[in-house]
Design a protein around this ligand. Structure first.
Ligand code: FEO
Length: 167
């Protein structure tokens, strides 16, 4: 495997792992503050990001590359509101999308069509996750600071996220 592509894939391992830990911290914050629906949502997101990370680790090994399990950034653990929480969620997903696009761009430069093909799964995944984050943030912007609105949002979050943008 091209050394530069290998490094980019290892960077991506870290970004996915950072997202997993960030969402775990978000879940824990939500749990602590009585938002059980939001906590469940982020516990699940954290698990998903862990799978994204593992998929990369396995792929690098299959291609006889060298995996470097990274040291992670300390996740942010305090939020002033659930609006801030979901703004951070969208920002995190947008960052990951940007990095996925960067890997794909470099694959084309290096003519590594195998990795390029593998990364398409992440493109689709990011589209879905960004759409979910935007949908949730749109709802929160409608609700504003209304406490009963937050109560209903927390209660209904799984139904909101079950609706895909195509539906
Ligand atoms: Fe796997 Fe949503 O980053």
């Amino acid at each position: 495997m091209d050394k530069q592509i290998e490094k980019l894939l290892n960077d991506q391992v870290k970004f996915e792992a950072d997202a997993s830990m960030q969402y775990l911290a978000m879940a824990s914050w939500a749990d602590e503050n009585g938002y059980n629906g939001i906590a469940d949502f982020f516990y699940k997101q954290s698990e998903e990001e862990r799978l994204h990370m593992t998929k990369l680790v396995k792929f690098i090994n299959e291609r006889s590359g060298k995996v470097l399990i990274p040291q992670l950034d300390k996740p942010k653990s305090d939020y002033s509101s659930i609006n801030e929480l979901f703004e951070a969620f969208l920002a995190s997903e947008m960052f990951v999308t940007q990095q996925v696009n960067h890997v794909i761009h470099e694959c084309l430069q290096h003519k590594d069509y195998n990795v390029h093909n593998f990364m398409q799964w992440y493109v689709t995944e990011q589209l879905e996750e960004e759409a979910t984050a935007r949908t949730l943030l749109d709802k929160l912007n409608i609700i504003g600071s209304d406490k009963s609105g937050h109560y209903l949002f927390d209660r209904d979050i799984n139904q909101i996220t079950a609706v895909t943008p195509e539906e």
